[in-house]
Design a protein around this ligand. Structure first.
Ligand code: FAD
Length: 420
């Protein structure tokens, strides 16, 4: 057993852990990471000429601090900036996203249903859960045609179990006036209208975060298995790390298994996502679309994205995302088979396409289920941990829905609070 002493122990070398480490003095910290490399979910695979990530990862850095951080570390030539062009596949038709603002692209009968329900919806807000929020804001037809089936496929749960604000700013709200105005003059703009993507995959941002971190501070293949909160010691199979302060970024649900407590884990539920990355031998006729949403429950995936259209490549290079309940078993071979069938059915490929390369990964957790109970429990755990000099951050350490930039901002804020 090797023994280390450190001021700050960081658990997890994903974007949150790396961002926190970037602000510390090099001698002050150690990062314990269970995998053999850093990046967490922001990682890239390369196979033949295809470049794929763990699911589609696109970037909209808005804060000057993080924009400048990456600008000074990544050559502008390495990035593409693109105006987002995305669709919803609905009854053999591609509708502009977001669906709720583009109901005028539906058939006349469906448009009338949507408008009638939108005008006659229950206007008393005070929504108790996510499903009720959808019905009250958009009416029955828009909800039942897209918002509910799509989100049920993604979250793999009953939407009544999610908080009305479970998606926060990531949910594209639209009121009646915006919907009507959009019929006259298209304006599908959103907070993430333009996105940035590295020509060599999302991992380029991780390389920038790792650029100034000495390799010896990063302990790979070290899964933290136990923590003695009182003694301030973390253990892996062959390491014992004594710390003054601990910053956790591993999923909160698993983190609380590392020390004694009576927290009710069932309040921390989530989905998991199977990602299939697929490279073909020719280009699809969808030459300008970046990603497509699929609400139809007879189609196994909820979203696919076209790396080749983002990176201007000559061959179809797709990511395919399939949502599951946390405890559900996954038959990967069967999902590959179903995906190929369904890609033909929805017209992305035809019989002449050959799958040249693929890989798969499972993201668990992928989308955490945010409810009043989960929020209360997370607050309770965070307050308890702070008294032990333990801070838990990041999308999964904080058990929330957020972007990578949110994780970076949170890590810097924590540093500013703890260390200044
Ligand atoms: C399907 C999907 C699509 C997404 N798309 C986008 C997007 O387009 N843009 C965007 O900004 N964000 C996106 N995100 C969110 C983004 O992936 C996360 O916000 C971000 O990667 C979280 O970083 P993190 O460092 O907090 O956590 P993670 O990346 O999960 O890092 C945690 C690290 O902890 C390590 N670890 C786990 N257990 C242990 C242990 N016991 N001991 C030691 N180490 C351990 C893990 O190996 C990992 O390296 C997406 C997420 C999903 C699921």
């Amino acid at each position: 057993m090797s023994i280390y002493y450190t001021k700050y122990l960081i658990l997890g070398a994903g974007c949150s852990g790396l961002a926190f480490a970037n602000h510390l003095d090099k001698s002050e910290y150690i990062i314990m990471e269970k995998d053999d490399t850093g990046g967490g979910y922001c990682r890239t695979f390369k196979k033949d000429n295809y470049i794929w990530d763990y699911a589609g990862h696109f970037f909209h850095f808005a804060t000057p601090y993080w924009k400048n951080f990456f600008k000074s570390r990544i050559d502008a030539d390495e990035l593409v900036t693109i105006k987002k062009y995305t669709k919803v596949y609905y009854k053999n038709q591609l509708i502009d996203y977001p669906f709720q603002k583009n109901i005028h692209q539906l058939s006349k009968e469906e448009l009338i249903d949507c408008l009638y329900d939108l005008c006659n919806r229950d206007l008393i807000l005070n929504e108790k859960n996510f499903e009720e929020m959808l019905y009250k804001r958009f009416g029955k037809s828009i909800s039942n045609k897209f918002l509910i089936p799509y989100n049920e496929k993604l979250y793999a749960c009953n939407l009544k179990n999610l908080d009305a604000d479970a998606m926060g700013r990531f949910f594209p709200y639209a009121d009646l006036t915006e919907i009507i105005n959009n019929m006259k003059k298209s304006d599908n703009n959103s907070y993430n209208d333009f996105f940035m993507y590295p020509k060599n995959g999302a991992e380029v941002f991780v390389q920038a975060l790792m650029k100034d971190l000495p390799r010896k501070q990063l302990l790979y293949n070290q899964e933290c298995r136990k923590i003695d909160l009182k003694g301030r010691v973390a253990y892996s199979e062959n390491l014992e790390v004594h710390y003054e302060k601990l910053v956790n970024t591993i999923p909160l649900k698993y983190f609380i298994n590392l020390f004694d407590n009576n927290y009710d884990r069932k309040d921390l539920s989530c989905n998991k996502v199977l990602v299939l990355n697929m490279g073909f031998d020719k280009k699809s006729h969808f030459k300008d679309i970046h990603w497509i949403y699929y609400p139809d429950k007879n189609i196994n995936f909820y979203r696919i994205g076209f790396y080749d259209n983002i990176l201007n490549q000559p061959y179809l290079s797709l990511y395919v995302e399939i949502g599951y309940r946390e405890d559900e078993s996954i038959n990967v071979d069967n999902q590959i088979y179903l995906t190929l069938q369904n890609l033909k059915r929805v017209g992305v490929i035809d019989e002449d396409f050959h799958l040249m390369a693929y890989n798969t990964c499972i993201m668990k957790p992928a989308y955490v289920h945010i409810s009043e109970q989960s929020r209360n429990l997370v607050d309770e755990i965070k307050n308890f941990l702070a008294e032990q000099n333990v801070y838990t951050i990041g999308r999964y350490g904080g058990w929330k829905y957020c972007s990578i930039e949110d994780c970076l901002i949170e890590a810097k804020d924590l540093y500013d609070r703890m260390c200044n």
